[in-house]
Write a protein that binds this ligand. Structure first.
Ligand code: GLA
Length: 505
């Protein structure tokens, strides 16, 4: 009896295993006409399996799959998560239908509804969804391309996302451009006025991407911004959809680059978002390069900003892919934890930055109200020591005097924009007290940062940053004062504060 039982169990396991193998799909069209397509691919081996999970915005690896009768369990791992975080799922197979549920119900929320997927084929390799497949051509192989000669110092300007999100339109962009002039921002170097996501409508019959009703005439807007001595930037991505769900540039790269050039666009932020649904991770370099080449083919100088949150060590190939800057992190928020966590984690990336190609720890939050003035000074000082792009993210029309003074501090801006183009790095750290330095063409910038909750005494000897002259010229860049010559310097640095100095050789 026992032998027969085991034999039956094995037979039933094998039978179910054979049934799971292949590609399964869930498709739904929502009320607003948007299609939701979720694909599961299972590769079965005995009573275990691996596979892929993909929808129009992400791709996950399926790991640790186990089949037990009609029940399956498995984990998914977001393909770019280098910390290996797993999300567990369970499923029930009923013939050609499979009902899948998260194994851990999210706390405090209604229990999730199962996703019911149907088998569509026995294919065990992930193939992008049906809309993509008929057009999908293999990408040209990746080949490092020379610099485009732009962004010899970190780009400076403004971007709509942090403050306005989807509430951005032609009128607001014009008013921001006006304010960039009247507040002195333009003359301090902030040149690019960049429209982020949510400007897009659908494509016309010829496939030309149209702006939506918030932006009635992009060419006229570009002309206006240019008439103010400023430049205009725009946003798209390599997938079907942008992060906010608008049409992106998939299969229309050359066409979109031409459209933007014809409008007079000077800067493109190109955001990965949903591209994992149609590309494999190994495609990321050629995907970015494709747009870089499309921009160059227009003949218009357009700064190319890569936004893929630092995945796949972009710092090592972003420049060769044609990028002038690349995000190194997820999105910043307007609070001390987010800003300081991102900013102080940039140490060690300095060797990848230089004239024409910059690490981008995300846009500024200065003036948005979530931090104290002292914390915003840390933001400005740290980003400048990092030779980071300085893209204001506030409502420039209604800046507080403090925000205006912080972002218009020309002595600090000069550190960011120093022509040597070296990204700074940490000299030493004692708990929450960090001293950073940035080599300059004529000396060294030094930041004494206090991340703790109480004021602290901080001391530095100039010999630590390689300045051996007896009486070097030292200047406090927030106080706008020279400091009496000596071999070292001690200051009380406020909590969540910075003392920023320039030591001239
Ligand atoms: C992503 C980017 C943000 C912003 C939004 C727009 O989250 O990282 O900077 O562009 O998309 O949808």
């Amino acid at each position: 009896m026992r032998t027969i039982g085991i034999a039956l169990l094995t037979v039933s396991t094998l039978a179910v295993a054979a049934n799971l193998n292949g590609t399964w799909r869930f498709e739904q069209t929502s009320n607003n006409g948007r299609k939701r397509i979720t694909t599961y691919v299972f590769r079965v081996n005995g009573n275990t399996f691996t596979g892929d999970f993909a929808n129009l915005s992400e791709h996950r690896d399926i790991l640790n799959g186990v089949i037990d009768g009609n029940t399956i369990t498995f984990d998914t791992k977001f393909e770019f998560d280098d910390q290996g975080r797993l999300t567990p799922f369970t499923g029930e197979i009923t013939g050609e239908e499979l009902s899948i549920l998260p194994a851990r119900a999210p706390q405090g929320k209604r229990p999730p509804q199962p996703t019911v997927v149907k088998r569509i084929s026995n294919e065990t390799a992930y193939v992008p969804p049906p809309e993509a497949a008929p057009h999908h051509k293999p990408l040209p192989p990746f080949k490092p391309i020379p610099p485009n000669g732009l962004a010899l110092t970190p780009p400076m300007g403004w971007n709509s996302w942090n403050k306005f999100s989807s509430r951005i339109d032609d009128k607001t962009v014009r008013e921001i451009a006006d304010a960039m002039v009247t507040t002195g921002m333009r003359d301090a170097g902030y040149l690019y006025v960049n429209i982020d996501d949510t400007w897009e409508a659908e494509r016309d019959a010829n496939g030309v991407l149209q702006p939506n009703s918030k932006f009635p005439d992009m060419k006229a807007l570009a002309d206006y911004v240019h008439s103010k001595g400023l430049k205009l930037g725009i946003y798209s991505g390599p997938g079907y959809k942008t992060c906010a769900g608008y049409d992106a540039s998939y299969l229309h790269e050359e066409q979109d680059a031409k459209t933007w050039a014809a409008w007079g666009i000077d800067y493109l932020k190109y955001d990965w978002c949903s591209a994992s649904a149609v590309y494999h991770r190994d495609d990321m370099m050629p995907v970015y390069q494709k747009m870089a080449l499309a921009l160059r083919a227009t003949g218009r100088p357009i700064i190319f900003s890569l936004c893929q949150y630092g995945w796949l060590n972009v710092r090592e190939w972003g420049s060769a892919a044609g990028g002038n800057l690349w995000r190194t992190t997820g999105d910043i928020s307007d609070n001390w934890d987010s800003m300081s966590r991102i900013g102080f984690a940039q140490n060690g990336r300095e060797k990848y930055a230089g004239p024409g190609h910059w690490n981008d720890p995300d846009m500024l939050e200065i003036g948005n109200g979530g931090m104290t003035d002292s914390e915003y000074r840390v933001h400005m000082a740290l980003w400048s020591i990092l030779a980071a792009p300085l893209l204001a993210g506030n409502d420039v029309r209604v800046m507080t005097p403090a925000a205006r003074e912080i972002m218009n501090n020309r002595e600090v801006i000069a550190i960011d924009q120093d022509k040597l183009g070296k990204q700074g790095f940490r000299l030493r750290q004692d708990g929450d007290l960090e001293i950073w330095q940035k080599p300059l063409s004529d000396g060294v910038a030094v930041g004494l940062f206090n991340r703790s909750g109480a004021p602290a005494q901080m001391k530095i000897a100039w010999s630590e940053v390689g300045i051996t002259a007896k009486n070097p010229k030292v200047r406090d860049l927030w106080e706008h004062k020279d400091i009496a010559a000596a071999a070292d310097f001690t200051a009380e640095v406020p909590s969540h504060g910075v003392v920023m100095l320039k030591v001239t050789r």
